[in-house]
Design a protein around this ligand. Structure first.
Ligand code: NAI
Ligand code: MG
Length: 353
């Protein structure tokens, strides 16, 4: 078995607790991983004035993957924590795909109670490097009555083509259905362009059934008819909002994983839960570690260790279905560590069997 070198950035709040559990679960199925922890966080920002050192990107570049907890905590403005670590890493390592699987896991209670695991199994492919999250813009005449704020979006041909093509490839491997999130009725330059790229690439994939929906209607579709959806592709902002919505209609943010993927594998990909540092429950030991454990399973899968990834996934499903060990967000009384350890033990049994 090969040895992997994986960097962890536990970050802030519950990011620290859930990352410890995810590391333990990976160790249970994949012995010999060499972990290196980086304590880059808001605490470090308050001490040093930077979320990560100036050579942060170079220090991470040689790793096989990165497991990120969450960054952001009261006391440091969110745009500083986000633009000081998360966004620079995604861009430096060309992690232009943000993959966000949304599944109704066995034994969890969804907002859509009558739906079953077969009805809700969606993969959100979010553009992760440009779009609405751009640094272009500024404030003209600040503080004056004629104040003007400009926030530009950036849609490049390369950026649109590569994310849409990636989504078609994933749809081909799954149910063969792809829905594109648009808003061409409101955003009259960027979204018609996005749509034209989508239509051009769709012609290369006649076997994939396509739809284009305005993002507001698509939000309603996720709640009302999740069974009609398989893979969704969206811009940076649309993909971000849709995936929190989708997580909320399944069992909540404590269950939703995410991967920042560099499909060319010339730099490390980075895996994290969809949720943030949850300051409201930080330090209490009650965060649900499942989202981060499933993010670690996506990481193990991307490393090529399919059996180990499948063991983690099955362990999570079995433990949730049995229902005796649950964190408070799932209606139980277990701690983060109790649930993490239960999943790790089960995964270790499954990988051997
Ligand atoms: P959040 O995801 O941290 O929390 C939202 C709500 O969900 C809270 O009530 C929280 O208790 C609950 N929750 C989240 N994860 C949970 C878990 N594993 N188990 C049980 N309950 C859970 O979002 P919020 O409050 O908007 O952001 C807090 C901080 O995290 C901010 O500084 C924000 O910028 C940062 N953040 C960082 C992200 C990242 O590093 N990728 C992503 C999202 C937010
Ligand atoms: Mg989000």
């Amino acid at each position: 078995m090969s040895t992997y070198r994986i960097a962890t950035i536990p970050g802030d709040g519950i990011g620290v607790d859930v990352t410890a559990e995810a590391v333990q679960v990976v160790d249970a199925v994949l012995p010999g991983v060499e972990w290196t922890e980086f304590d880059w966080s808001c605490e470090q920002y308050l001490r040093t004035g930077a979320m990560m050192p100036a050579d942060g990107v170079e220090r991470l570049a040689g790793f096989d993957a990165i497991l990120l907890g969450a960054v952001g905590f009261p006391g440091v403005p969110d745009h500083i924590s986000l633009w000081g670590l998360l966004i620079p890493l995604r861009r430096a390592f060309s992690q232009y795909v943000n993959l966000r699987p949304v599944r109704l896991l066995p034994g969890t209670e969804s907002a859509l109670r009558d739906r079953t695991a077969e009805d809700l199994d969606i993969l959100i492919v979010r553009e992760n490097s440009e779009g609405e999250y751009s640094e272009l813009g500024g404030i003209h005449n600040p503080g004056r009555p004629e104040e003007v704020v400009l926030q530009e979006s950036v849609f490049t041909r390369t950026g649109c083509e590569r994310i849409i093509r990636y989504a078609f490839e994933r749809a081909r491997e799954r149910d063969g259905r792809l829905c594109s999130a648009t808003k061409s009725n409101g955003l009259i330059h960027s979204m018609p362009y996005w749509d034209s790229v989508f239509e051009r690439i769709a012609a290369e994939y006649p076997d994939v059934e396509t739809r284009q929906m305005h993002v507001d209607a698509l939000a309603a579709e996720i709640v009302l008819h999740p069974d009609r959806l398989d893979v969704i592709v969206g811009s940076n902002l649309f993909g971000d909002i849709l995936s929190d919505l989708a997580a909320a209609v399944t069992g909540g943010l404590g269950l939703a994983p995410s991967g920042n993927i560099n499909p060319h594998r010339d730099a490390p990909s980075m895996f994290e839960a969809v949720h943030g540092s949850a300051p409201d429950i930080a330090g209490q030991g009650i965060a649900n570690p499942v989202a981060q454990i499933l993010a670690a399973a996506m990481m193990v899968e991307q490393l090529g260790e399919r059996a180990a990834a499948a063991a983690i996934d099955r362990a999570v499903c079995e433990v949730l279905a049995e229902g005796s060990v649950r964190t408070p967000d799932l209606g139980g009384t277990a701690t983060t560590t109790e649930l993490g350890l239960t999943i790790a033990k089960r995964a270790a049994e499954l990988v051997g069997s």
